[in-house]
Design a protein around this ligand. Sequence first.
Ligand code: SF4
Ligand code: FES
Length: 394
Amino acid sequence: SVTVDDEPTSGVTGGNDPLDGLCARAPIGLLAELTHRCPLQCGYCSNPIELERVNKELTTEQWVSVMEQAGEMGILQVHLSGGEPTARKDLEEIVAAASRSGLYSNLITAAVTLKRERLEKLKELGLDHVQISFQDVDAENAERIGGYPGATAKKLEAANWVTDMGLPLTINAPIHRQNIHNVGRYIDMAVELGAQRLEIAHVQYYGWAYLNRAMLMPTYEQTMQTVDVVEAARERLKGILTIDMVVPDYYAKRPKPCMGGWAKGFMNVTPAGKALPCHAAESIPQLTFDNVADRPLLDIWLHGEAFNAFRGTDWMKEPCRSCAFKEIDWGGCRCQAMAITGDPTNTDPACALSPYHGEMAAMAREESRRPLKPYVYRNPKNAAEALKPKQEEP
Ligand code: SF4
Ligand code: FES
């Protein structure tokens, strides 16, 4: 048996609890990336550069089975994401399966192709929550960032349908140097739309965002100003709007507890069925991933190699190994350690105790001051280009 956590099981049903005797705790959340297809082309996307093809996507039956298994394991929430999850014609069947399985379902959508009738149907089938991303509050800039003309009017219309139908609405604001000046206006927009929650989500540098990092990195000063704006708004809007904020940890002193700790409370399933401990885990070449088409979800959670690679604290090296925070931030982010230091077992360089910390912060400051150039849009053509083997220098 595997000891995942020594706390009592949470969200696990009584009786024939499949985790009984394993001292294990079910993940709280499952991110189901239903497809990598997307009408938008945002260069800050955290999807991998190598987008999964439509002919490799899981079938309806396979996604329905993932929902059923998630419910049996005691997972509480499923986030239906992508790409754009509404690109799946069978989203209705997947939502119905999530609802039957007792999962709280959250549709994470760009909303530009959503129709009111479809949203009504999804609600009838048990959809619990909708999250809509806005690339900026200024339509012209938003549509340049997302590469989709006319997006803003469609998103505003869809957000109004959500609240009209009595569904809870979260506005997602992906923040970077090209829209960071508008954080205050995002807050006003979320209030006007009747959203319950606003995520001021500074871009995290994985996948396409890593490729475009210099065109996205805000300055330290801009970042600190947003912290002040959000703090003041939280005070002013108590009981009206909940504001979550993710700050860019390139400027932090201590890292975020990424995913709440590796394989501690979260699973991700890619469009082709790979089960990952985090959405960027494929950037760690040492790991191999099981597919939900071949192995039960519970078995992957408990015994999958990738899930056990950095679970707990045994894998840690110094300075994390002897640090008082090791069970608070779990050494930070494995994918960021991989991306910046080349070794996923290193301390996340966002930590001031990492020997790479100064270098990373200096790089962020330097990139944030570079002149802006167009960034690389997330689309299959640019993916093919980015993945081409680089020509050897003569
Ligand atoms: Fe967290 Fe490791 Fe830094 Fe300690 S040394 S604060 S555990 S990342
Ligand atoms: Fe993979 Fe942080 S994104 S561990």
